[in-house]
Design a protein around this ligand. Structure first.
Ligand code: ATP
Ligand code: MG
Length: 734
């Protein structure tokens, strides 16, 4: 048997882990040391050498994309298909399980996944039904609290609120929320895990079946499993199974969402005979990048402790740029990107990482201005866009009339004369009867309790949904989608929105049809015989809800990748920008007071730095407008933690001088403007202070264009941003 293709691309420590006899394993190692590679090769080894069938293997990955890559890699190594293998995220796997056993899980067959937006709406409604004021009982806080309980595996009946009135109310909401979800056949993300766990806990024969089926379980990014995920794994593993877990305590960054680093320690204590493997050679980064990461993370206490070295070249120092505001930061990054691409590199070798989603807007604008294609990974997901959610709501109603969230969303979208009052009446009727909004609407129409106009409008809506459902019978998925966006009137409705927005929305709706077409064409890995045939429409809706923005439409275009530091985990890029590396933003100001949370922020910084293979930039802005207000932050403490000899402070030639202006002048041939009198032109610097006769004092933010059309963007203290033609503005440097 030739196993060289499995073992050759590995070092000794990696080989030891891959070729070990079946048993429990914990691979504990720093970033870029080949943990994920070990996991993939281990699967190949189990199949090739231990004769494991793909059906006997379950692998848990951090993203759906990682799952696809893992399959592809194994198929490449072994030249076999991996259809029977279960590979996916915890959520994806739990979902698959619940679909296969919906009856035992006490769910309707066509249950829907509730994403966090819809969940928030539902919580708002539940709280309103309980007569709780939103201002006093923040729905977001409730959402967070319920999620935290589910992560810990706690149902409301097990929470002892004692005499605590706040807790009592929370438990009351939790009960009501559960009831609303159950009624609508809705399952939120936390519920997927909790219910999958309960399914096994309460059904011995199902558990026994899966224990027999999966003697091999492999888990990537193990340091970020939470209580319920760990309990689920343990339950499945039983006594006789073999778990390989790989992780890095220094990359545990989801503590705020219930992840428990301690699971790493529990693992060795809870399971018998765990082989622990440490990998110490990093294959990803230059030695400068690696040493910088090591220096930063050394400031954390209580680490399990790891050595990490590389044979890689020293590489360039880490470039730190002090932008004077967020616009300048974006401009700087885009310029570096253009240089990099001009040097012959692909755009998808570049990632811009940031701490908060809100930072992406200015960066996006910068990229758009320079027409640099980019993709946001895990941000505003395609399926989260307003128009798409509207269309999906119609599809969901076709599949399940009792889906209240979908009903609320589109009952009057496009507007069809169903007012807020009518909807409120339907709601309270549903509440009284304990039924779904759809059922309530139907009953109210039968009993003619609504005024004629409102009644008519509501009837039209119900007829429309029934009609769409009838059309959908035996139709191809894309035809259903096409019919829905046309017949519902959504296409026309969004098309009428002003300007570019309407245009974009129409394009997105059409893109949804393409997405449906693509989805139908995909060979879905077939499960085993006991899994029921799930209608394609439902499969599509589920995958839309589970997709983390990874499969966006332009997936194949060569584009710069934008993402939060959190979603960059496990990935690598030759060129990385970390933007907004400043106090209050990173570390986040919410974490500043608690030492434990500062350490989690530092781990996040470690994750960020170690994504870079060849070159890393860190930027911060001295003055930043974010979340609608202006802040003056100092550079992040994390920058100071990098030894000075590894850092290069970038200074730009920011002066736009007269010679430059003159040099560029001749190139703008199409302008017939007379050449201005150069002698009158002031020398201005980016970030410099200037005075204007009418607008007063301000700061130079940006130069645009060349020659006589060269314009300058000035942020005036009193009147805000103004774009002025440099040659005309008569700005006085201060
Ligand atoms: P992270 O902690 O960021 O998830 P990781 O430990 O999972 O990192 P991998 O992503 O598996 O590390 O590997 C990092 C890089 O090093 C990848 O490009 C991988 O292909 C490469 N690599 C890993 N092991 C070897 C090896 N033995 N020889 C050559 N390249 C390797
Ligand atoms: Mg990895």
């Amino acid at each position: 048997m030739d196993v060289s293709q499995i073992l050759d691309p590995l070092n000794d420590a990696q080989r030891e882990a891959v070729a070990a006899a079946p048993g429990n394993q914990l691979v504990l190692a720093g970033a870029g040391s080949g943990k994920t590679r070990v996991l993939v090769h281990r699967i190949a080894w189990l199949m090739q050498v231990e004769g494991a069938s793909p059906y006997s293997i379950m692998a848990v990955t951090f993203t759906n994309k990682a799952a696809r890559e893992m399959r592809a890699r194994i198929e490449e190594l072994l030249g076999v298909n991996t259809f029977g293998m279960w590979v996916g995220t915890f959520h994806g796997l739990a979902h698959r399980l619940l679909k296969a056993h919906w009856q035992e899980a006490k769910l309707p067959q066509n249950f829907q996944i509730l994403d966090s937006d819809d969940q928030l709406r539902l919580i708002k409604r539940v709280q309103a039904d309980l007569g709780l004021d939103d201002k006093k009982w923040s729905p977001r806080e409730t959402q967070w609290w319920i999620g935290a309980q589910k992560d810990e595996g706690l149902r409301p009946q097990y929470i002892n609120a004692g005499a605590d009135p706040w807790l009592q109310t929370m438990v009351r909401i939790y009960f009501a929320y559960e009831e609303a979800c159950q009624r609508g056949g809705l399952v939120d993300f936390g519920e997927l895990l909790l219910r999958a766990h309960e399914l096994w806990l309460n059904n011995d024969s199902i558990l026994a079946h899966y224990r027999r089926r999966f003697p091999f379980i492999l888990v990537d990014e193990f340091q970020d499993t939470n209580t319920i995920q760990y309990a689920w794994l343990r339950l499945l593993a039983g006594e006789q199974c073999h778990i390989s877990a790989v992780g890095d305590d220094d990359q545990s960054i989801y503590g705020w969402r219930g992840a428990k680093i301690e699971n790493i320690q529990h693992f060795s204590a809870d399971l018998r005979e765990v082989q622990t493997v440490r990998l110490e050679q990093n294959y990803r980064s230059t030695s400068t990048i690696l040493n910088a990461a090591n220096a930063v993370i050394a400031n954390n206490s209580g680490r399990l402790g790891k050595e990490l070295w590389t044979k890689g070249e020293e590489g360039e120092p880490i470039a730190v740029y002090a932008a004077y505001n967020e616009q300048d930061e974006a401009r700087f990054i885009v310029e570096r990107i253009n240089d990099w691409v001009r040097d012959g590199n692909r755009r998808d070798s570049i990632a811009i990482l940031y701490r908060s989603n809100a930072q992406s807007r200015v960066l996006e604008e910068g990229l758009l201005r320079e027409q640099v294609p980019y993709r946001i990974y895990g941000g505003q997901r395609f399926y989260d866009r307003l128009e798409i959610k509207n269309a999906l709501s119609y599809l969901r109603l076709i599949s399940n009339r009792d889906d209240d969230t979908a009903f609320e969303r589109v009952v009057n979208t496009p507007t069809r004369g169903i007012g807020a009052r009518t909807v409120e009446m339907v709601r309270s009727y549903a509440r009284e009867q304990g039924c779904s909004l759809w059922q309530a609407a139907k009953l109210m129409l039968q009993q003619r309790v609504l005024a004629a106009r409102a009644g008519n409008a509501l009837q039209i809506f119900l007829d429309l949904i029934n009609q769409l459902a009838a059309n959908a019978e035996d139709e191809a998925l894309e035809a259903i989608a096409e019919d829905v966006i046309e017949t519902s009137g959504l296409l026309e409705f969004h098309g009428k929105e002003k300007g570019e927005k309407g245009q974009t929305r129409v394009e997105n709706l059409k893109e949804l049809v393409s997405a449906c077409r693509a989805f139908s064409g995909v060979d879905m890995p077939k499960g085993e015989e006991d899994e029921e045939e799930i209608p394609l429409l439902n499969q599509f809706l589920d995958s839309a809800a589970l997709d983390a923005g990874e499969g966006q439409a332009d997936e194949f275009e060569d584009a710069v990748q934008l993402m939060t530091l959190h979603s960059a985990k496990g990935l690598e890029f030759p060129l990385v920008f970390m933007a907004g590396v400043e106090e209050n933003l990173f570390p986040h100001k919410m974490s500043a007071q608690e030492p434990g949370r500062i350490e989690e922020e530092r781990r996040l910084c470690y994750v960020g730095i170690t994504r870079a293979m060849r070159k890393l930039y860190m930027t911060y802005a001295e003055n930043r407008r974010l979340f609608g207000s202006e802040t003056y932050n100092s550079p992040s403490r994390f920058i100071a933690e990098i030894p000075a000899n590894m850092v290069h402070e970038v200074r730009l030639k920011t002066e736009i001088s007269r010679p430059l202006y003159q040099a560029n002048y001749g190139k703008v041939g199409k302008f017939s403007d007379p050449a201005p009198d150069f002698d009158d032109l002031p020398t201005l610097a980016l970030g410099g202070r200037v005075e204007h006769a009418r607008f007063g004092e301000g700061t130079v933010i940006e130069f645009e264009g060349t020659g006589p059309r060269m314009r300058v963007l000035v942020n005036f203290d009193d009147v805000g941003d103004k774009r002025l033609v440099l040659a005309m503005a008569k700005l006085e440097p201060l």
